[in-house]
Design a protein around this ligand. Structure first.
Ligand code: HAM
Length: 418
């Protein structure tokens, strides 16, 4: 039996690969304008990092991590998300000593053993941004605006909803947790088995439980927004006001809590019509760096699911910018092939997309191939053309033919790119 890619993973090639490149290009442009620098962290980390960072009652840590012992007996986990890893790197390299805030972005593969369904994979790619060392609510707003810029530049604003909420700071979270714990105790019989266990230890996790009974119960549960301190209310007002002024469309979702433990104050999710699950999620995590052994450090960030974005672009048939092969340099015989290969190499140095024969095909098959790759121009170079230093270039769209000096092919193509 043939071996197939593991469940929840996929090979990315052809059209889809171009869409990935397009999204990555837009991401790099946006990060440049926001002056956000790249960070690449390892694909695996110590398991403890995620237990302490993401939280031992979350679904990610409880059910979804790819954890194993390496040959040295260390417990290792394939990164299920990058925020904990970036925070670890921030502490490890004393990044706060250089400048604050530290503004970092990443494009990273993540691994979660999830129930696979549409738009949910076991290996997926996240684009994420973390602002570490800033407490200002303007950083929350700037970050959400950066996420929105990516969607705007990709032409993905139709059917996009941006939802925000505030969970409050550490003290509000405590008041809210007590209130919620009481509510859950009164309704214990309606909870699923997992939530019965975690309701006391981490009541907030019940609110993002995927079981329908727990979701139904959540509709009557107390809301984080009703437990905010004056300070958290003010911060949330600043975020909302800044987003409005930056023309970032958003709505308040009072029930948005997110599935990771580290969030405080602002939380955010982007959803796109036609895509299952959020396309971007994030929020403030003022306690994480300290939880991982660093100094008390406020931070805020988000991560976006690249596959979900690419699926949306494909579904909407949004331009993918496949670079068109400008010329196929066909050839007759070894001399012609050598000449065509040499010209092709020179053209590539001038950034012209071109191909020549590397399969020893007949002229007929070469032209068939040129057609299949949608080359804009074709030419055939043989001894005759080499001796006369002239070749005939055919425009494959119009059928028009033109004689061009072999030495001038590059100039001809530069003048006839469009
Ligand atoms: P998250 O909500 O777990 O947050 O993931 C962020 C995004 O990654 C989701 O909105 C979704 O687009 C994508 N994603 C998550 N799981 C999958 C999956 N199984 N298949 C495909 N896409 C998926 C975090 O990971 C936080 N670290 C975000 C953050 C950064 N918060 C602060 N800074």
């Amino acid at each position: 039996m043939n071996i197939k890619a593991p469940k929840g993973t996929k090979d990315i090639f052809g059209e889809e690969a171009y869409y990935f490149q397009k999204v990555e290009q837009v991401i790099l442009e946006v990060c440049k304008t926001f002056n956000i620098e790249e960070i690449r962290t390892p694909m695996f980390e110590s398991t403890d990092l995620f237990i302490r960072g993401v939280g031992d009652t979350t679904d990610i840590v409880n059910k979804e991590m790819y954890t194993f012992n390496d040959k040295g007996g260390r417990s290792i986990t394939l990164k299920p998300e990058s925020t904990a890893a970036v925070s670890r790197a921030y502490i490890e390299h004393g990044m706060h000593l250089k400048k604050l805030p530290v503004k970092l972005f990443y494009l990273a593969d993540c691994f979660r053993y999830e129930n696979t369904q549409a738009d949910r994979y076991r290996q997926f790619k996240q684009f994420g941004v973390e602002y570490i060392g800033t407490e200002s609510p303007f950083s929350d707003a700037e970050l959400i605006a950066a996420g929105y810029q990516v969607f705007k530049r990709l032409g993905l604003t139709e059917g996009l909803t941006i939802q925000i909420n505030s969970l409050g700071g550490h003290d509000c979270r405590k008041i809210y947790n007590d209130k919620l714990r009481d509510f859950l105790k009164q309704n214990e019989s309606k909870l699923c088995e997992t939530c019965k266990i975690r309701a006391d230890k981490n009541p907030l996790r019940v609110l993002d439980c995927k079981e329908s009974a727990c979701q139904k119960l959540f509709l009557d549960a107390p809301l984080p927004l009703d437990c905010l301190s004056e300070e958290s209310i003010l911060k949330f007002e600043i975020v909302k006001n800044a987003l409005t002024n930056m023309h970032v469309p958003f709505e308040i979702n009072k029930r948005l809590v997110r599935g990771l433990d580290y969030y405080t104050n602002t939380v955010v999710e982007f959803n796109l019509k036609g895509i299952n699950g959020a396309v971007l999620g994030g929020g403030r995590y003022d306690g994480l760096v300290e939880e991982l052994g660093g100094a008390k450090t406020p931070a805020v960030g988000f991560a976006m699911g690249m596959e979900r974005i690419v699926t949306s672009l494909i579904k909407r048939n949004i331009d993918k910018n496949i670079p068109r092969c400008l010329i196929y340099l066909g050839s007759i015989g070894d001399c012609g092939n050598l000449k065509a290969t040499t010209i092709a190499n020179n053209l590539r140095e001038d950034n012209i997309v071109c191909e020549s024969d590397i399969l020893g095909r007949s002229v007929k098959s070469q032209l068939k191939y040129a057609n299949s790759i949608n080359a804009k121009y074709t030419t055939i170079i043989g001894l005759d053309e080499i001796n006369k230093n002239i070749c005939t270039i055919k425009n494959m769209d119009s059928g028009e033919k033109q004689d061009v000096s072999i030495d001038n092919i590059c100039d001809f193509l530069k003048n006839n790119k469009e």
